[in-house]
Design a protein around this ligand. Sequence first.
Ligand code: GLN
Ligand code: ZN
Length: 769
Amino acid sequence: MTTEPAAAAARATVYGYPRQGPDRELKKAVEGYWKGRVTADALRATAAGLRRSSWKRLADAGVHEVPTGDFSYYDHVLDTSVMVGAVPQRHRAAAGSDPLDGYFAMARGTQDVAPLEMTKWFDTNYHYLVPELGPDTVFTTDSTKQVTELTEALALGHTARPVLVGPVTYLLLAKPAPGVAAGFEPLTLLDRLLPVYAEVLADLRAAGAEWVQLDEPALVQDRTPGELDATARAYRELGGLTDRPRLLVASYFDRLGEALPVLANAPVEGLAMDFTGAAAANLHALASVGGIPGKRLVAGVVNGRNIWINDYEKSLATLGTLLGLADRVDVSASCSLLHVPVDAAAERDIDPQILRWLAFATQKTAEIVTLARALTRGTAAITAELAVNRADLASRANSPITRDPAVRARAAAVTGSDGRRSLPYEERAAAQRARLGLPLLPTTTIGSFPQTTELRTARADLRRGRIGTAGYEERIRAEIGEVIAFQERTGIDVLVHGEPERNDMVQYFAEQLTGYLATRHGWVQSYGTRYVRPPVLAGDISRPGPMTVRWTSYAQSLTDRPVKGMLTGPVTMLAWSFVRDDQPLGVTARQVALALRDEVDDLEAGGTSVIQVDEPALRETLPLRAEDRSAYLKWATESFRLTTCGVRAETQIHTHMCYAEFGDIVQAIIDLDADVISLEAARSHMQVARELASHGYPREAGPGVYDIHSPRVPDADEVAALLRLGLEAIPAARLWVNPDCGLKTRGWPETRTSLENLVAAARTVRGEL
Ligand code: GLN
Ligand code: ZN
């Protein structure tokens, strides 16, 4: 395949770059500032240095147009709130005179005021701070940050393009401020917000911006006709301004659908679109609206949120088609590179052959530059790169790591009955009741107990060789002993071992499964200064041996009460990892499910009578477009059932979910066929219990009665009141008593009292039955 040279030189660009620096310098500086060890000036200097070196890396690699304004001390949506003056009153007061302190008060709260709420940025694992708006919100313009960063980049000689969160997305991501009626729609503030954007655009123009990028990822979700009208109006107005840079409206994470004609017809000079994954549908959609003649198209052909090398031939074919559909075509990643780690070359422990399959931000930048070169000068200009790319793709496709015949044969042999329990729920429930002999309103916890400094230190000591495995394991056994003794003393009915041996609920299993890779430096921002290192689902998944049985059995040996086995479910294992892009997610999920199924079966064989399979990510992995959801829920529920349905009727299967509203997936939750589900519910006054009831949920449930997200200790009356609310929705024979989530982030003092109060409340309410 050859691509002829394009008429105009194609530019290589990106929408954003990892903020942390190669060694997470930003995290250290910001946290140092919070602790008073780093001055505001030193923090600013570190930040400016990081921006400078990111731009230099990009420019040195051959990127023609670098982004500015994408940098953030904490979060770019928070930065946008500052830019438009949407600072809640409570934070204005807390801020005092220092703008940095005001900024961090919004992000983290202070002793006296709550922070902004945090939630997921679309279907990524990045979290943004939710703007709080109301009918009284007055927007004011503060373009300082955007102008400063643009000026810095221009002064260094870069061609720079400021990147802003677009006005429509900003409003669609906002929520009614506390005290404002829930029905308030922030999008109704659009006319008030647009003049602020107009001013920012004018300021950026005056500072030397030729182009400005407005990010509108909210347009890849299903939008109402009213929202699409508002979008058209917004861009008619911004496009109609006389004093402005050229506008590039960017979308990513999925296809534009009905929003495409709206943007294609808007008086803006360019569109940036995602052409990877489900967004590949953008290609045909663009052709069917007749392209965007006269406009610039920035083509996101390099996946900006996964870590696999690009397929150059495929991308060049896409780019070749796009050439006829726009005035000029430039090359980019599908979204900001914020969602991938900085540099795969820093990974020293990964097999060099596998390393060739991986592309982090540094490698993706090189790919974008290479593709832009091919677009400008023809495929012949990248002959050598193409040959290497073909060889690397072939090595991945043919590797025994990605094709394990035994794993594939087993997955192919799965039948419907593997995903069905041997008996219907009523009969299982009777067998479990007889075996477990639990009281009404049984008490339990979600799995983890406080991860104390001593435990973390022990793990660090083990890693650094300061203690041996035997010493470490002794430490873990001692912790399990304490956790079991505490639960017995407190009178909890179904115990847990406390998960002291787990660094993380996904990584712990990833490290023990064949086909999974861990990275050493693969940090990705989750929120603020919190970074995670998602493991990589690189190959076919199998389980060399039991992963948790030893610790669960040890815990069980210390008590006569049932100890619940504790596993992370297949959907969550995928959601919090970098997933394979060379096969459907459902295929990977099935492999993980079969490995976990063996663990479930081994736990059962080892005498475990209650097994919990956590799926907190079930809701968050839901596709952005409604029409894609039933296919997702089908493989997601099937993989959960494949994990859990191998056990006997008298073995009780629990599941747990948190972080979510469940309204739209209650049916899927029912379809999991777990015997018991525990859910986050304390803060919403048991709303989820009513939702389950209204869908006719037929099994047992433990809507959380203790909010574990803060050190606050609920008293027994408060827990009892929540339990009585729960009883209005779920009959006593099917109601469990438990916290909202695991206790790993809590300290022992509040955990102890809270659980004592929880048990006391259960006893009180039992007495009322
Ligand atoms: N079992 C896990 C724990 O208790 C569940 C964590 C989660 O739901 N996120 O920590
Ligand atoms: Zn949870």
